[in-house]
Design a protein around this ligand. Structure first.
Ligand SMILES: [Zn+2]
Length: 154
């Protein structure tokens, strides 16, 4: 568990980078052999790309670094439960496991709305470990949206 918290803190650092540039603060890192090989944060507003979620960007970076689309032996840490798109990318990239912090009642597809990542019908599954540093991960998001609402109210 300590190991999971260590890497989740790295993902939280990424989420904070997103917040600094006005992005919804979600961060992700990919770990292989106890080493962070990719780190990314949500860039949807900056890039105006619907697919610029932290998980997808981290997966892309890890694949480039390893020179393969197969991320076997890698674990993805993300501050928020993956959406359907990212859950799909996790399956497609053959990641071993996904470890997430906060649950997403509106889009979570690693156990909340459905569990795409561990569905036995797919040809590949990744193990899901949920709720690691949940409070810290959720707090970054709730405080971001609270500040946003206050800003809009003027
Ligand atoms: Zn996503």
């Amino acid at each position: 568990m300590e190991k999971h918290e260590y890497y989740m803190k790295k993902a939280i650092e990424e989420a904070k980078k997103a917040e600094e540039i006005g992005e919804v603060p979600i961060g992700a890192v990919i770990v292989k052999d106890n080493e962070v090989i990719a780190a990314a944060h949500n860039l949807r507003e900056t890039t105006q790309e619907p697919m610029a979620h932290a998980e997808c960007l981290a997966i892309r970076e890890a694949s480039r670094k390893l020179g393969t689309w197969r991320l076997t032996g890698c674990q993805l840490y993300v501050t928020l439960e993956p959406c359907p798109m990212c859950a799909g990318a996790i399956i497609q990239s053959r990641l071993d496991a996904v470890i997430f912090g906060a649950y997403d009642p509106k889009a979570g597809c690693a156990g909340t709305l459905m569990n795409l990542v561990e569905d036995q019908r797919f040809n590949h599954r990744a193990e899901v470990i949920s709720g690691v540093l949940e409070d810290s991960c959720a707090h970054i998001l709730t405080s971001f949206f609270k500040k946003l609402r206050e800003k809009r109210r003027g």
